[in-house]
Design a protein around this ligand. Structure first.
Ligand SMILES: [Zn+2]
Length: 754
């Protein structure tokens, strides 16, 4: 027997609190103490752990959820659940802890959907693009496709998630462009902001909110308030420090105005951030600097600016990096940045283009556009809240917010180091829970895509209704997730021809023909199952699990998801070839129809799991199997309902990029789907999906019964007027079934065009 008594003098610091171990027990155990106002560092591990609270009161934060606890509470954490114990009382929390390693629990928890389900609002951001050019495939393949697929998948598994981005108007690149084009920064930004939004739409990416920073109501004032919160003693201060200016015209130099050698890697870089190694610079620390305009070495000068002593926040950033999904590459970058003995970052710059600080001393300066962006994300959340009637405020970030960022590696410093430091200064009480998903550079024929050098395949050059799914598929498949990857037009065309046409469409058409010939075009029911059938069925479910793992937050990888889609089709074709040997043999017809039913089940599964990646293809395939488009993520492979009308053989899914005539070949929604009321129903679903994200809509639903507020209904009424020029009375919108409203819109619109 073991009796162990708590001894306050034997405690030592671990995980940010006081811990002592209890030796000799069958499972490792110990005592823990959290002082008032303290909390343990967030962490997770493969062991199952138990806490028993002996004294005090506080909050357990498990995967971002807060649970109040007091003396007498016991809690168990599954493997990999992150946990924090925070003391909110005025006495010490004392607790007993014990943990146990169990491979089976760890295996189950590793791929558990429930553990990865944040069960709270998820704000998913793709880095707001700089409106100094349109979007090319390098942009699209990275943050934008990533965030779009992420949100589509999250919605299918029933989680509220929104994709937000905008136009990052106040970048110095916009000024540089305006100078070259002899226009104003505002005009240049407005032009490309529209182009960008249009390209996103052509890619089937429609953000739930899009902020144009130089034109958004209340944005500048909000950014000023945020900036003011970061100022103060031991925070951001206004002081003079070294800077560079052009030797010829005396102009202050930063970012795109100046180049030199990166203090981190020694490679060539522009001012302020190195695209190669991701490290920031402050331009005066670059070797051999050169002013871009005069091509002369700049002069050293001193300028008063707002300065952030970033090196003081190493501990806070390390703690932040223990909370969300933070790739090793971000932690390693932070290690490099903080290994500098001192690193003070100017967060304002002398410029005309941007938002001036509210403080008088900051006259003639603007808040640096990157810190401004850290506020922009909070602003977007507030604006989204207004649309869907949630009380979210940029001035008071919510403890339950889950923020998910998609960005290119060269923005890592801003997103994962600078922003959390600024949030810490502006809102010391807020512990932001942020997941980071970065991508590396996508190359074009071996060289970086470049907007300024026009080395690019532009979205608009390649995107059309008949190509968008093939583009999305190929970008997923080749996305530069862990390393740089290369795009070649010829390889894209080859992949469409060999895989999407040669394998996918070929198989689906062939399957349709066989169902038409052998079963009069109706899905056969499964009959007798052979061992091969059972093995194939198990394999389908295994692939579903693999694709689920590739789309869940922990292991999110579009490359992996796309590869598994390919495998699904390749293996189904092999299964099909082996089973077709029994076609037409009367004795084995019950076995053969099982094989065909299983092929249809594979097509059914493909339709559902392809939806986040290739939404149009998914919808066409569902319709050709006699199904509705999947609304939720499948839990298992499913047979197609026997008797469903199968029209695979007459459905065009993809077309050859070289041979395609868009007039002849537009595999849009199959005939019969384009009925006006369907279009309007989809429109309603889409708009209401934003307003009532947690509701699965049905044509019989009535808005007033769904808890829609009149503000929401007015929003919908305005959208109808704006997009369809159709005026529907509020009473009708609130009290008629949604299906009837869709019909009403269709009739009014026909009346208007007739
Ligand atoms: Zn570098």
């Amino acid at each position: 027997m073991i009796i162990h008594r708590y001894d306050a003098t034997r405690m030592s610091k671990q995980f940010g609190i006081d811990i002592s171990s209890i030796d000799g027990m069958d499972f490792p155990a110990g005592w823990g103490r959290v002082r008032p106002g303290e909390r343990s560092d967030s962490h997770q591990h493969d062991e199952t752990e138990m806490f028993v609270i002996i004294a005090g009161e506080g909050v357990l934060i498990v995967d971002g959820h807060r649970y109040p606890v007091t003396a007498g509470c016991a809690a168990q954490f599954a493997p990999f659940e992150s946990h924090v114990l925070e003391n909110t009382g005025d006495k010490d929390i004392l607790f007993f802890l014990q943990y146990r390693r169990d491979a089976d629990s760890a295996r189950r928890s590793a791929s558990s959907q429930e553990r990865q389900d944040p069960r709270r609002p998820q704000f998913v951001f793709s880095t707001p693009p700089t409106p100094n050019g349109d979007l090319h495939l390098g942009h699209l393949s990275g943050p934008y496709l990533g965030a779009d697929v992420y949100v589509r998948y999250q919605r299918m598994i029933g989680n509220p998630a929104w994709h937000m981005t905008g136009s990052d108007d106040y970048q110095s690149y916009v000024v540089a462009l305006a100078e070259r084009e002899n226009t104003t920064p505002a005009a240049a930004a407005q032009h490309f902001s529209r182009e960008i939004l249009q390209t996103l739409k052509m890619m089937d990416i429609e953000p739930d909110h899009y902020t144009v920073t130089n034109d958004a109501p209340g944005y500048a004032q909000g950014a000023q308030r945020f900036f003011s919160r970061t100022l103060g003693e031991d925070k951001v201060i206004f002081a003079e420090s070294a800077a560079l200016r052009d030797a010829q015209n005396g102009k202050y130099l930063y970012e795109v105005d100046v180049s030199g050698q990166c203090p981190g890697c020694g490679g060539a870089t522009n001012g302020n951030i190195c695209e190669e190694c991701g490290e920031p610079n402050v331009v005066t620390d670059m070797a051999q600097p050169l002013s871009k305009r005069s091509q002369l070495p700049p002069e050293h000068t001193r300028v008063a600016r707002y300065l952030l002593p970033l090196h003081r926040f190493e501990q806070q950033i390390a703690e932040h990096h223990k909370v969300g999904r933070v790739p090793a590459r971000m932690r390693e970058l932070a290690h490099r940045v903080f290994s500098r003995p001192e690193f003070t970052v100017p967060v304002s710059h002398p410029s005309e283009w941007g938002i001036a600080p509210a403080e008088a001393e900051g006259e003639g300066q603007v808040i640096w556009v990157w810190p401004e962006m850290s506020y922009g994300f909070l602003y977007d959340i507030e604006q989204l809240g207004k649309k869907i009637n949630r009380p979210w405020s940029a001035d008071e970030p919510g403890k339950d917010w889950k923020i998910v960022h998609f960005f290119g590696y060269d923005n890592s410093f801003y997103h994962s180091i600078l922003y959390p430091a600024l949030y810490h200064l502006a809102y010391p009480e807020w512990q932001p829970d942020i997941d980071y998903h970065y991508n590396e550079f996508y190359l074009l024929d071996g060289k970086k895509f470049s907007t300024s050098r026009r080395h690019a395949v532009w979205g608009k050059e390649i995107l059309a209704p008949q190509s968008v799914d093939a583009v999305r598929f190929y970008l997923c498949l080749t996305r530069p997730e862990q390393e740089r990857t290369n795009f070649r037009l010829a390889q894209w065309e080859e992949e469409v021809r060999d895989t999407l046409l040669g394998e996918w469409q070929d198989w689906l058409h062939d399957l349709g023909e066989r169902v038409s010939t052998a079963y009069q075009g109706n899905a056969p029911d499964a009959g007798i199952w052979t061992k091969e059938h059972v093995a194939f069925w198990a394999r389908l479910n295994g692939l579903l699990q693999a694709i689920t793992d590739a789309l869940n937050p922990d292991g999110f990888s579009l490359r992996s998801a796309a590869r598994h889609l390919k495998t699904l089709v390749t293996e189904t074709r092999a299964f099909s070839r082996s089973q077709q040997q029994l076609a037409g043999i009367a004795q084995w017809r019950d076995e053969y129809r099982t094989a065909v039913a299983l092929e249809l089940a594979a097509a059914n599964l493909l339709s559902a799991v392809a939806q986040p990646l290739m939404p149009r293809f998914s919808a066409r395939l569902a319709a050709a199997l006699g199904n509705e488009t999947a609304q939720s993520w499948p839990q298992q492979a499913q047979l197609v309902t026997p008797g469903n009308r199968i029209t695979l053989q007459e459905t065009p899914f993809f077309c050859d990029p070289q041979a395609c005539d868009p007039q002849e070949c537009v595999p849009q929604e199959p005939a019969g789907q384009e009925q006006p009321s369907d279009v309007h129903w989809q429109w309603l679903e889409e708009k209401l999906g934003v307003l009532l994200p947690e509701t699965r809509l049905h044509p019989t639903h009535v808005l007033s019964q769904l808890g829609a507020t009149s503000l929401m209904t007015v929003t919908l009424q305005y959208q109808l007027l704006h997009e369809y020029q159709v005026d529907v009375p509020l009473e009708t919108l609130l009290n008629q079934p949604l299906g009837e409203i869709a019909g009403h819109i269709a009739r009014q619109q026909q009346g208007a065009t007739a």
